[in-house]
Write a protein that binds this ligand. Structure first.
Ligand code: PEP
Length: 260
């Protein structure tokens, strides 16, 4: 099973800061424990720079990948201001976040739209990182398992079984994103086991190997408990990915937790 540590920078950093952070993360990940895939998802203007600097980590044997935070669901056309999957692919971008809760919350994105994006990403040989997760009310009223299952079914309905090898899922309870509240390791483990079961029901046995990442206020001081859980295969990190020391500490924590 792959272990992945992905950093979602959201709408942060200017170009100078982006170069400094990418240089530090890619350079220093060479000294981190091996076996963890390192993924950075900077804003669109820095993707080419990230592809160039990820080569430094690749040269020393780290599986380093670059992800976009978003893509359009159509291949090309008159969609002013949008960025397409073929554009990302032609830059050397490896992956793309899909249905992040901030896209759902602020831009009205649905899982039907996510299905279209996933279809295109797979067609272009990229890895969709599909985000799912319940809101506060759904956690409190106990509907969270049903909500997440519905999200996954909506996004994955048309995915071919052979393509599950290129899918990554991130469980991000909306109430934990950027709030300082984290799911307990047991809450996260229970949901990750539910997600894995759902993936297998939708996509068959091959879907059992889909990495399921945890996201939501994951920091160096709470990561160990989460990463040690059997169905947690790494993290999707927001705030703590903006500081090289913290992100590197999380790579190390993921590597340590997943050592055989
Ligand atoms: C995220 O937005 O993907 C995320 C996990 O953010 P944070 O770590 O800041 O909660």
């Amino acid at each position: 099973m792959r272990t992945i540590l992905a950093g979602n920078w959201k709408m942060n950093k200017d170009a100078t800061e982006a170069r400094a952070l990418l240089t530090a993360v890619m350079g220093r990940s060479c000294k981190a424990p091996t076996g963890v895939e390192v993924v950075v998802a900077p804003p669109f203007p820095y993707l080419a720079m990230a592809v160039e600097l990820a080569a430094v980590a690749r040269d020393c044997g780290v599986v380093a990948k670059v992800a976009a935070q978003n893509c359009h669901h159509k291949e090309n056309g008159a969609y002013t201001g949008e960025v397409s999957v073929p554009m990302l692919r032609s830059l050397g971008v490896d992956a793309c976040l899909v249905a992040h809760s901030e896209r759902r919350q602020y831009f009205g994105e649905t899982y039907a739209l996510a299905a279209d994006k996933i279809h295109l990403l797979l067609q272009y040989g990229m890895e969709p990182i599909l985000c799912c997760g319940e809101g506060q009310e759904e956690r409190e009223n106990g509907s969270f398992n049903a909500v997440v299952e519905r999200q996954l079914r909506g996004a994955l309905a048309t995915v071919d079984r052979k393509d599950y090898a290129r899918l990554v899922v991130a469980y991000e309870p909306v109430w934990a994103i950027g709030t300082g509240l984290t799911a307990t390791p047991q809450q996260a483990q229970d949901m990750h086991a539910h997600i894995r079961g759902t993936l297998v029901r939708i996509g068959g046995e091959a879907a059992r190997e889909v990495p399921v990442l945890y996201g939501g206020s994951c920091k160096p001081d709470n990561a160990e408990g989460l990463f040690n859980m059997p169905d947690i295969n790494g993290g999707l990190i927001g705030g703590a990915s903006l500081e090289a020391d913290q992100f590197l500490a999380l790579i190390t924590a993921a590597g340590r937790a997943k050592q055989p």
